[in-house]
Design a protein around this ligand. Structure first.
Ligand code: DGY
Length: 321
């Protein structure tokens, strides 16, 4: 390793983050922000000591097997790390870190935005206005669903789930949740625990997903489980697209089983299942959950903190492999 570690930053990061990276490291940045494919990433990693990657980089076992020996750490600019094969990383002695905590509030805020926008038919209102077709206020126009006072179900009561619950309580919502482990009462704050997803769903007028994508949560919200929601429920997904089975969700939205959905994440991003475009009762955004200046800076600094610790011979605070 050279005195100044060499790092490859695979995507364009906020200016303050890139400035710090360039100050601390011999950093190869990506100002054009084109995503490296596997071959490009392997080639660009030549001679690097570490990689600062993003969720758009697929660091699977095949890619890990092709990385130059010089690469000792992969720090991802994300809390989620399903794009990295941790087992393969461990087997190769590659350290992997993520960026927890710092995007909790921004993501919980986004879930509230989606919940309100879906329930209050924001997409239809915007469309009406932007098409120049609004003829004025009427007593029955675009009547949506009241959020205040309803029951909300949360799948995954980790940091983001708890932050969302806090916001839901401000709307006088009764909070129900499923989590692999029940929280301490101090953290539950009166939320009702369900030890199965199936037990939670019938209680959820609104359902917000906050679980990581794993083999167990892939297509967790399938047709059978969506059928357990009360008629007219609203689903919100700021977690990962594949937690929801698109076929089942689209059918439930089209039939009216679900009143609406608010989605920030999609299976196969950046592609979006085109059937969503035909549904007026879906409010969608392009994976913007953590996209605030404050949060994206904090994510970058957190990734750099992990690299700094590693290259100083210390244990990185957010090591996941
Ligand atoms: C993450 O950090 O995992 C997010 O999805 C990116 O905002």
């Amino acid at each position: 390793m050279t005195d100044t570690p060499r790092i490859l930053v695979t995507r364009k990061l906020p200016q303050a983050v890139e400035a710090r990276a360039a100050e601390t490291y011999a950093a190869t940045l990506n100002p054009a922000d084109g995503a490296y494919g596997p071959d490009g990433l392997v080639a660009a990693a030549e001679g690097m000591d570490g990689l600062l990657v993003a969720p758009t980089d697929r660091v699977d076992a095949a890619l890990i097997g092709r990385l130059p020996d010089s690469v000792k750490i992969v720090a991802t600019f994300s809390v989620g790390y399903e794009h990295i094969d941790l087992e393969a990383a461990r087997a190769r002695g590659l350290v992997v870190t993520n960026t927890p905590d710092v995007l909790t509030d921004a993501t919980a805020d986004m879930a509230v935005l989606l919940m309100l926008a879906a329930a209050r038919r924001a997409h239809e209102g915007q469309t009406l206005l932007r098409a120049g077709k609004w003829a004025g206020w009427t007593p029955t126009q675009l009547m949506g669903i009241q959020v205040t006072g309803k029951r909300v179900g949360i799948v995954g009561m980790g940091r983001i789930g708890q932050a969302f619950a806090k916001r839901a309580r401000a709307f006088d919502m009764a909070v129900h949740y499923y989590n692999r482990r029940r929280l301490d009462p101090a953290l539950e704050q009166g939320a009702v625990y369900h030890d199965t997803v199936e037990g939670l769903l019938p209680q959820a007028d609104f359902l917000s997903l906050h679980c990581p994508l794993t083999a167990e949560t892939h297509h967790l919200m399938n047709g059978d489980r969506l059928a357990l929601l009360p008629d007219g429920a609203v689903l919100v997904n700021t977690a990962r697209g594949p937690v929801v089975d698109d076929d089942a969700l689209i059918a439930a939205l089209a039939s009216g089983k679900l009143a609406a959905a608010g989605l920030d994440v999609f299976q196969g991003e950046p592609d979006v299942d085109p059937r969503y475009w035909a549904l007026d009762n879906v409010f969608i955004l392009p994976h913007q959950g953590s996209a605030t200046v404050e949060t994206r800076n904090a994510m970058g600094f957190r990734a750099l903190d992990n690299l700094d610790a590693f290259f100083a011979g210390k244990e990185p605070g957010d090591r996941v492999a």
